[in-house]
Design a protein around this ligand. Structure first.
Ligand code: NAP
Length: 324
């Protein structure tokens, strides 16, 4: 495994982050604790030390499963990230959003579920239009001072919002966001316009979610609905949007080059992301040990510049997906 630094933190993270959204029981494609544990154990064996969960994943079950699995591990080596914003289970007043009250309650519950005193990275899952960012940053900064959180991260939002947050932190002497978890992959590159250059300028680490297009880049486009998760009844995959952005042609080029390199489509797609200098570590979701092993092997793939250009050429601008 290769390791790199997460933004300006000095903290070393593996180049593959294990996404833990598929641990729990809320959806038919999720894994129970025993099966999730197999993935987490294998990830640790393979050198992955970076794990991404959220309070809302399977109404908190994902955090519980991850916390119990890592409990037996050397926590000094692990970098655990969670998120807050969306409600855990059913929504109600003050059960979501980024007010001081919601952040303090949700963080306390997340730490309980994880079985940890401190979480390495607390990310705001989305921007909250109802709470001024200085209030949110004040509450997050206090959580760092209390020792409950080491670093703060952000997720899908407009670049102007991240710029606003970074400037607010600077002006008020508050902890700043050290990472951006955004929607970015070969078939969705809108982030290259403003968000990624901003992250580069500000030394904000980039940890793309859905790096395989939530499955879109892992199999031929006429087989996308073949898996339980690929069935539109079980999960919204933005296939029509990707298709409209040159996705089918990109998918075919991924198939072609994967065969040339002797790797899987998922590996080739991850290799493309890992070649992008602004990417720290893609947050990969999988329910299979074999697919996890493939993701780790993708770190070794060396893509020719001409092949990167070939993969990128069919892309066309598309509507924003991941935030409003
Ligand atoms: N911040 C946010 O708003 C946000 C939003 C969404 C997700 N996330 C994070 O990002 C993580 C990943 O997201 P994601 O799961 O939606 O997207 P993803 O990693 O792009 O795609 C996962 C899908 O690809 C399939 N896959 C993975 N490796 C494969 C391989 N080698 N061959 C064939 N298929 C393969 C998986 O199937 P198998 O299960 O069969 O491997 C699964 O259906 C989540 O776990 C979560 O931590 C964050």
């Amino acid at each position: 495994m290769e390791y790199t630094t997460l933004g300006a933190t000095g903290t070393e993270v593996s180049r593959i982050c294990l996404g833990c959204m598929s641990f729990g029981s809320e959806e038919p494609w999720m894994l129970d604790e025993e099966a999730s544990r197999e993935i987490i154990d294998r990830a640790v064996e393979l050198g992955i030390n970076f794990f991404d969960t959220a309070n809302a994943y399977s109404a908190g079950e994902s955090e519980e499963i991850l916390g119990r699995a890592l409990d037996e591990r050397d926590r000094a080596e692990q970098v655990v990230a969670t998120k807050t914003f969306f409600p855990v289970g059913e929504d109600g007043p003050n059960q979501s959003g980024l007010s001081r009250k919601a952040i303090e309650q949700e963080l306390s519950d997340s730490l309980d579920r994880l079985g940890m005193d401190t979480v390495d990275l607390l990310q705001i899952h989305r921007w909250d239009d109802d709470t001024p960012i200085e209030n949110t940053l004040g509450a997050l900064d206090d959580a760092v001072r209390r020792g409950e959180v080491r670093h703060l991260g952000a997720s899908s939002m407009w670049a102007y919002q991240l710029a606003d947050a970074l400037e607010t932190s600077r002006a008020r002497g508050l902890e700043r966001f050290v990472s951006m978890q955004n929607h970015y992959h070969l078939a969705y590159r809108e982030e290259e316009r403003e968000m990624l250059p901003l992250c580069e300028r500000e030394d904000v680490g980039v940890i793309p979610w859905g790096p395989l297009g939530q499955g879109y880049l892992t199999r031929p486009h006429d087989e996308l609905e073949a898996t339980t998760r690929g069935d539109p009844a079980n999960h919204h995959n933005p296939t029509p949007e990707y298709d409209a952005g040159g996705g089918e042609e990109i998918n075919e080029r991924v198939q072609e080059l994967a065969a040339d390199y002797g790797v899987s489509m998922a590996q080739l797609s991850l290799a493309w992301l890992l070649h992008k200098e602004w990417v720290t570590a893609p947050v990969v979701g999988t329910t299979s040990v074999e697919h996890l092993e493939e993701a780790v092997e993708a770190v070794e793939i060396d893509l020719a510049d001409s092949d990167i250009d070939y993969l990128e050429a069919p892309y066309e601008p598309q509507p924003i997906i991941g935030h409003e």
